[in-house]
Design a protein around this ligand. Sequence first.
Ligand code: NAD
Ligand code: MG
Length: 396
Amino acid sequence: MKKPQQITVLGATGSVGLSTLDVVARHPDLYQVFALSGFSRLKELLALCVRHAPQFAVVPEIGLARTLQDDLVAAGLDTRVLVGEAGLCEVAAHPQVDMVMAAIVGAAGLRPTLAAVEAGKKVLLANKEALVMSGALFMQAVRRSGAVLLPIDSEHNAIFQCLPVDYARGLGPVGVRRILLTASGGPFRETPIADLMGVSPEQACAHPNWSMGRKISVDSASMMNKGLELIEACWLFDARPDQVEVVIHPQSVIHSMVDYVDGSVLAQLGNPDMRTPIAHALAWPQRIDSGVAPLDLFKIARLDFQAPDEQRFPCLRLARQAAEAGNSAPAVLNAANEVAVAAFLERRIRYPEIASIIEEVLNLEPVISVAELDAVFEIDSKARTLAKQWLVRSGR
Ligand code: NAD
Ligand code: MG
């Protein structure tokens, strides 16, 4: 029998991390947890270590590492605790690791995800911000190392499933006309625009179909998530922004579609549960049970579609603008968005001001070409400073 594959889960305590571990635990003959990382919920990380007995756990700083190491010893485990970004990169690139789930949220995931790519691992990419920030460099590293990059974002996983295996030759040769990226429209799809000034973080995080981390939940409400996904799709599938159309589909049953030149449209459907794309990527090109209930089409009964309204969702317009500008613009967009969303979650700004901050930062920052990773982090840091200046200037 084949040995189980060794998997590192970066961001194990998060929503995608926990769903990954749920699927992995269903197949102990196929997968073994090599390393887990957490950032703030250290009690949960300890419980996950007890459950999965990894060789390594990674936490952000030395004090937390000492506490966790003591707790692990007391629990009779020989899991070793590593610290910080260096620790994350080590467990992502470790020679014993076969695959890495990249499920840290935001820019913090970029270096560890790239470490996995550069080590030629099978990389399950949930951390879309990493690809948005550094798309060209990231894809170059994938090609150079021979890493196998599999999309976890449900839309991109759906598109991947609807494309022929040889699409790497480009979408043109395989006859693709458009990618149809579906979006639920989030909790504010029908809220009167005038009322958006008063919506709370709790309302923004109450997604109608998906249960997710707080940052991506706010991104889904503003449709910045779809904007980041538009950029993500361009890199993953070598598409131009004008080849990706956003379609609002409130039921979140179709996870995205590919429109071919002969008029065929292929879609991937399923219940909105991240365990489906996770199981797909884990087992690819095979299929395994994910624990997700079969789709009940009679209960769903209807599928609706509508065009997105850019007045309601200015973040989608800004993301498309950044996608078209390319170069440093997506990294600026992402950084400004991370600062703005954090400020909204801390109740320092109102919901519509997320878009105002991003628009100002995009207008202030010149678009420049990016040849190395240090430049990406410099751009990221400049954009964060500008976004924070907006907050200071507005007395927040
Ligand atoms: P989450 O907030 O639930 O979890 C984030 C994880 O990252 C946690 O384990 C946390 O400890 C860790 N983390 C946070 N800040 C960190 C830092 N500075 N350094 C190291 N680790 C840190 O988020 P999530 O919903 O699981 O999303 C994770 C990623 O997957 C995001 O990039 C998101 O866009 C993407 N994604 C999520 C979903 C979903 O359904 N949740 C779907 C598609 C894509
Ligand atoms: Mg998605």
